[in-house]
Structures are given as structure tokens and as C-alpha cells.
Design a protein around this ligand. Structure first.
Ligand code: CTP
Ligand code: MG
Length: 244
């Protein structure tokens, strides 16, 4: 851990943890073949409702800021009201890319939050264990995210030609919630946006400052709805959980 970060960061005890969740849900779902994914039904509820209920169930999460597209502000706000999601404090409009959407949300988090958990709206099957483990780890070290080992062999390729086969035992798929010290992630995302860095997750904003991120236990069930088949896989996971 770089010395300056160690001096700035003070670990917190469980009872003192005030974690805010920021839920980016403002994307255009371009890989869904024309289907919306945030409000798409999965089992009994829309995808976003599964996500928000899972976050509400964590005792460490005290408030939730939902980030959505301008054209979905009304239905998303209505969903939060109708389903009595008491921890949702704000629904705000996102930006042109994920980093700007998350920044818009992070800026709306109350000043009491010492930790911020950033969780994809499109990741509805997250569990309390995954959320709480990432929060506790971040409260101890400043930056943590759940991950699972890569199951298949990954190739680095260019123009259809393989350039390199990385050692699979060192590869992990990172998930969300990614949890950070609030000041750290505000600064890291602000800098990344200012410098026009193209990021696909929030850990990357912290990594580019040279600050370490700890991986916690994720789950192969904690999928992100990305292409149409993921809705079918999500429903199958819900049924599988019901039958256990
Ligand atoms: N997201 C966001 N604002 C953006 C882009 C993405 O809030 N400008 C959110 C998405 O709504 C999603 C999460 O970030 O919950 C993860 O992004 P991804 O799965 O890539 O969703 P989309 O960007 O919507 O999908 P695609 O990349 O296929 O267009
Ligand atoms: Mg995207």
C-alpha cells in the first residue's frame, strides 16, 4: 500500500460502517438486440428491482442512489416508490459513459457515507454475503471487489490471430459491488473522467493511481445481464435457488 494512502486511510469497525450504494443503470443496453435490460422482467420482478432489494437487505448499506437514463427517470422513480424501497434516497440522470454515470451518483451521496459501494443495476442476482464481504474488506483496506476465477482459457488476440495465452490460474472475472473509501473513489473517478480514461469498472480508476484493490469472494451466480440469453440464465438461477 503506498505510504500516503496508508496515512490517509483509517479502518473502521463493523458498527461504524455507513456505506452508500450507487447503482449505475443509465446504459443503452446496446448488446441486448433492442431490448431494455434494466426494466426487463426476470421472474416476478424487473431486473432493477431484484438489484435494489438485494442492496436494501444489507445492514451496512444505509442509502442508495440510483442513476438512470433521462427517459427512465419517471418509471424508475415510480418503481422505487411503489415497491417501498426505503433506502433509495435519490434517482439521478446518468452520463454518456459508465464513469460519468457513476460520478453523477457518487456526487449525490450524503457526506455521512465513509464507504461507497458501486453496483451495476444490471447485476440482479447478487447476494447479501457477496455485498457484506466486499464492504467489510473495503472498510479494512479501502478498496475491495468480488471476483471469481476464470473457468475457460483466455486468448489475447489481434485481427483474429492469437498473440498470447495468459496463465489461467492468475485470471479472475471481477464483479460488483465494488466498494471504496468515499473520498478515494470520488477523487479517482474525478481524475479518470478529467483525463478521459475509458474504464469498464470502478476498480480501474483506483488501480491507475497505484492504490491496491483486494479481491473478495464473488459467485458464478452474480451475472451481469448483457445479452438476451442472460435473462433466461437469470430466470434459471432464480428457479434453481427456489428449488434448493
Ligand atoms: N451504465 C450507466 N451509464 C452508462 C453506461 C452504463 O449507468 N452510460 C450502467 C448500465 O446501465 C449497467 C452497468 O453500467 O447497469 C454496466 O454496464 P453494461 O453492462 O455495459 O450496460 P450497458 O452499457 O447498458 O450495455 P452495453 O455496453 O451493451 O451498451
Ligand atoms: Mg456498456
Amino acid at each position: 500500500m503506498p505510504g500516503f494512502w496508508k496515512r490517509l486511510f483509517r479502518p473502521k469497525k463493523g458498527d461504524d460502517i455507513f456505506c452508500a450504494a450507487v447503482v449505475p443503470a443509465a446504459g443503452s443496453a446496446s448488446r441486448m438486440e433492442g431490448q431494455d435490460k434494466i426494466l426487463a422482467p426476470m421472474g416476478e420482478w424487473p431486473v432493477l428491482l431484484h438489484t435494489l432489494k438485494a442492496l436494501e437487505a444489507s445492514a451496512y448499506i444505509r442509502e442508495i442512489v440510483v442513476v438512470t437514463r433521462e427517459d427512465q427517470i419517471v418509471p424508475v422513480s415510480q418503481l422505487c416508490r411503489d415497491c417501498a424501497l426505503g433506502k433509495v434516497s435519490k434517482v439521478v440522470v446518468g452520463g454518456p459513459d459508465r464513469t460519468h454515470s457513476v460520478l453523477n451518483g457518487v456526487r449525490e451521496v450524503s457526506s455521512r457515507a465513509g464507504l461507497i459501494a458501486i453496483h451495476d443495476g444490471a447485476r440482479p442476482l447478487v447476494t447479501a454475503e457477496i455485498i457484506d464481504e466486499a464492504i467489510l474488506q473495503a472498510s479494512a483496506c479501502g478498496a475491495a471487489a468480488p471476483a471469481v476465477p476464470v473457468k475457460e482459457t483466455v486468448k489475447l488476440a489481434s485481427g483474429g490471430r492469437v498473440e498470447h495465452t495468459p496463465d489461467r490460474s492468475a485470471l479472475f472475472v471481477v464483479q460488483t459491488p465494488q466498494v471504496f473509501d468515499a473520498d478515494l473513489i470520488r477523487g479517482a473517478l474525478g481524475k479518470a473522467a478529467e483525463e478521459g480514461a475509458a474504464l469498464t469498472d470502478d476498480c480501474s480508476a483506483v488501480e491507475r493511481l497505484g492504490i491496491p484493490v483486494t479481491l473478495t469472494r464473488g459467485s458464478y451466480e452474480n451475472i451481469k445481464i448483457t445479452t438476451p440469453v442472460d435473462l433466461a440464465i437469470g430466470e434459471a438461477i432464480l428457479n434453481w435457488r427456489d428449488a434448493r
